[in-house]
Write a protein that binds this ligand. Structure first.
Ligand code: NAD
Ligand code: DAU
Length: 354
């Protein structure tokens, strides 16, 4: 059995769904169900004995230690984190608690359990830490893409907290021999993406006739990867990655934000035209920039391709079209997440950008 943490969030839930679609190895899913955790993402697994959901915190040493022992877990994939840059700017505390302190307690539980194993179980045990390209900082227009050897230069409280967690993971391998793997991935998009992030936010606002907020000049570049490609890369690294190594994961899809938003508008014009016949791009509105906004991210995914033979299956064009269709076909999910606390966040983040 494996333990997945944060498996009710965007990427974690896609990972659990894909894992169980491809094999019968059961998953223990540990998630604190913060605002970003949503059991509706896992509704299709209701009654499936291969999925055991546990509400809890990665920072709860006793709970994690018990799960590791009771279920004789062979691997842990750590998605649990606070993940939104803008929220980290408004309030960094939760990011420090979960991403740094939480990861530390998780590592302590893993160290205790792994230390008690012997023989084949010990040799085969793995801890895969899911991290981000944001730890490498920001690139200039003509800089080469981030390789695994790029120095760490995190710029936001979010990326600094993820960088700290990466360093702890590295240290637990170097010092205690814990069999770790770290992946640093670029921007994901796809089903179950919480609408605080650019792509789902733009889709929701477009359909609701609201402004499509572009921070600053909209020329910041992100390297987009369809979430199911991220999941396949993680499975690949978990299965065949070299212990102690870092693997960068990306889609070779660098796009300025404005281009991404124009693409979304054009697909919506085609699939769900506005009642007044006007193009959705008329809703684009420039708003105050994100403080310390990183200009460009780009991932060199050459190592994972050379060593493990992984490549993304989707282009940006195919993935974004699937994503738009998913949001149009899953309006009940959208309506449920876009209520309550979500509206408070929208008021807080965008109210002060006018
Ligand atoms: P998300 O915010 O959608 O989900 C995070 C999940 O973790 C939620 O279900 C939440 O309830 C849970 N969680 C938060 N704190 C917890 C705690 N203390 N204990 C247990 N569970 C907790 O995030 P995501 O976008 O799915 O990202 C998952 C991971 O991938 C994160 O580590 C993030 O840094 C990393 N990552 C994300 C992206 C991206 O584009 N979204 C890209 C690269 C890496
Ligand atoms: O690069 C990987 C990272 O990608 C992950 O580690 C993070 O968890 C994930 O949230 C994402 O971070 P970004 O800050 O790049 O994603 P976000 O969707 O918030 O923003 C994407 C770009 O769009 C960024 O340049 C900011 C801009 N933006 C975002 C929002 C929400 C806007 O212009 N308007 C908006 O309303």
């Amino acid at each position: 059995m494996i333990l997945v943490t944060g498996g009710a969030g965007f990427i974690g839930s896609n990972f659990v769904l894909d894992w169980l679609a491809q094999c019968d190895e059961p998953v223990i899913n540990l998630d604190a169900l913060t605002y970003a955790g949503n059991l509706e993402n896992l509704a299709s697994l209701q009654g499936d004995p291969r999925h055991i959901f546990v509400k809890g915190n990665i920072g709860d040493f006793d709970l994690v230690a018990k799960l590791l022992t009771d279920y004789k877990l062979r691997a842990v994939v750590n998605f649990a984190a606070e993940s939104h840059v803008d929220r980290s700017i408004h309030g960094p505390e939760d990011f420090i608690q979960t991403n740094i302190v939480g990861t530390f307690h998780l590592l302590e539980a893993l160290r205790a359990r792994w230390g008690s194993l012997e023989g084949e179980a010990k040799a085969a045990f793995r801890f895969l830490h899911v991290s981000t390209d944001e730890v490498y900082g920001s690139l200039e227009k003509d800089d080469p893409a981030f390789a695994e050897t790029h120095r760490y230069e995190p710029n936001s409280p979010y990326s600094a907290s993820k960088a700290a967690s990466d360093h702890l993971v590295r240290a637990y391998h170097h010092t205690y021999g814990l069999p770790v793997l770290t992946t640093n991935c670029s921007n994901n998009y796809g089903p179950y993406h919480f609408p605080e992030k650019l792509i789902p936010l733009v889709m929701l606002n477009a359909l609701a006739g609201k402004p499509l907020p572009i921070y600053g000049d909209g020329q910041q570049i992100r390297d987009w990867l369809y979430v199911k490609d991220h999941c396949s890369a993680i499975r690949c690294v978990l299965e065949a990655g070299r212990v102690g190594e870092v693997y960068n994961i990306g889609g070779w899809n660098e796009k300025p934000n404005l281009e991404v938003v124009h693409t979304l508008c054009a697909i919506l014009d085609e699939l769900r035209p506005r009642a007044d016949g006007k193009p959705y791009k008329e809703q684009i509105t420039y708003v105050k920039d994100r403080p310390g906004h990183d200009r460009r991210y780009a991932i060199d995914a050459g190592k994972i391709e050379r060593e493990l033979g992984w490549k993304p299956a989707e282009t940006f064009e195919s993935g974004i079209r699937k994503t738009v269709r998913w949001y149009l076909d899953n309006q009940a999910w959208v309506q449920n997440v876009a209520s309550g606390a979500y509206l408070n966040w929208v008021g807080k983040n965008y109210g002060e950008r006018q």
